[in-house]
Design a protein around this ligand. Structure first.
Ligand code: RP5
Length: 163
């Protein structure tokens, strides 16, 4: 199956965060691709990627970036696909800069903005499963199984002193 989720990031330095997205997509069995696409260093590539993604079969784009994180918003400006933005935890401002750069989109060009760092990266994959689940029931089922197992893990191990 060709990739349904495109995971893009502004720099190789973002991979330590977006690798959590890739891990969760693999766990859910969702076909995906990963690529460095920088809004600032490779703007023409960003436009090309966003414009061609739907025709290549991509159904959801997950875009992670840090600092002046323009990648998700500019990607959303060039595609009608759902764009999920993951703010990478930056070293100078702990990712608050990334979050604020992604979240406050003008009405008309939405980006679904996740939490800063690993939690946002994992949840972007889970949210993509929710989106894909309508058209591809197997991914909705994989998501439900993950959630059930997560619940069971908590219920079956309530003692905080035990790992
Ligand atoms: C952003 O600048 C990237 O998304 C990255 O989070 C940040 C720093 O990039 P590098 O200088 O580490 O390549 O565009």
């Amino acid at each position: 199956m060709t990739a349904l989720v495109g995971v893009i990031m502004g720099s190789k330095s973002d991979w330590s965060t977006l690798s959590h997205t890739a891990d969760m997509l693999e766990q859910l069995g969702i076909p995906y691709e990963v690529k460095v696409v920088s809004a600032h260093r490779t703007p023409d590539l960003l436009f090309q990627y966003a414009e061609e993604a739907a025709d290549r079969g991509i159904e959801v784009i997950i875009a992670g970036a840090g600092g002046a994180a323009h990648l998700p918003g500019m990607c959303a400006a060039k595609t009608h696909l759902p764009v999920l933005g993951v703010p990478v935890q930056s070293s100078m401002l702990s990712g608050v800069d990334s979050l604020l750069s992604i979240v406050q989109m003008p009405a008309g060009v939405p980006v679904a903005t996740l939490a800063i760092g690993k939690a946002g990266a994992v949840n972007a994959a889970l949210l993509s499963a929710s989106i894909l689940g309508g058209k591809h029931p197997q991914f909705g089922k994989a998501l439900q199984d993950f959630r059930s197992q997560q619940t069971d893990n908590v219920l079956n191990n309530p003692d905080p002193r035990q790992a």
